[in-house]
Design a protein around this ligand. Sequence first.
Ligand SMILES: Nc1ncnc2c1ncn2[C@@H]1O[C@H](COP(=O)(O)OP(=O)(O)OP(=O)(O)O)[C@@H](O)[C@H]1O
Length: 325
Amino acid sequence: MNRSACLIFNPVAGQGDPEQELAMIRALLEPEIDLNIYYTTAELGADKLAELAVKQGAQAIIVAGGDGTLSAAATAIVGTDIPLGIISRGTANAFAAALKIPDTIDAACQTILQAGTRYVDTAYCNGKPMVLLAGVGFEADTVEMTGPEAKKRLGIMAYILAGVQQLRNLQSFEVEIETDDKVIRTTASAVTVANAAPPSSVLAHGPAGIIYDDGLLDLTIVAPESKAGAIAATFHLLQTASSGSPVERDDIGYLRGNRFKINALPPQKVVLDGEIIGTTPIEVHCVPAGLKIFVPFDQAVSPVEKLEGLPNLTIHSKDSSKIQE
Ligand SMILES: Nc1ncnc2c1ncn2[C@@H]1O[C@H](COP(=O)(O)OP(=O)(O)OP(=O)(O)O)[C@@H](O)[C@H]1O
């Protein structure tokens, strides 16, 4: 019997030809997977469609769109244990880059067909699901300056150009960061809390590598004192992001934790997985192993437990004395 999956397809994502892209996805997947195809519309987003797929008991959910579509769908999928297939068709495709999964349609479909999966952490920021990162300050201002027209015209360059423009009027703010065991106060231009981050999200790359399955979040504080310092700090972060080594500058700090409360004065804009969600304060906490995603074979992790299917199975949780059947 064929596998089955719900395919959530955004017909306006990215700069390609959606009809051709859908035809390619169907040609690659349908010989082995029965697809139930849902199209996103301006009114009916990927979050609602993924919610419907979960309710209908989908065996797997495949999302074909940009980061916005993926992020919305993830809202309904976190914690369900339904495997998520990612077919990136957007501008930045930060999810694929951060989670180290292929970003071409062909390779993404092959990855789904191979059926290897692994768990990745997710997080919640002010009650909203977060797969990648929350940026306070500089990054949020950059995203706000990058309009849809510029994205269509320039692709990823639009973000870089907005970032360079933003450096000209670099603002700093007072920030208070609270973890489970300490309160940190400093002056900063950008604070980024990352669960996973592509190399292009340079402001997230203070620590040596952002680990997306360690049950922890990585926080980076960038606090340059001048425009020249900001350029030098950004360049240093670019290097550490590509080499996987930690930063070594006084104006960049980092720490790991499973939850952070961040307050800023004056209040700062906040970008969550590429979308502006409002202003500080924010509270972010990690959801260890919140999503199960299809990954290429060399990254797939064998499950550590398989009990379902055993006869007369009951599992007693020692914590809550709950019985799962
Ligand atoms: N049928 C549709 N018509 C108009 N807008 C749509 C439709 N389906 C989804 N959308 C909108 O598409 C946006 C999400 O697009 P998405 O982020 O996936 O692609 P992108 O902008 O090309 O990529 P990226 O996020 O990488 O820049 C959402 O704002 C959503 O409301």
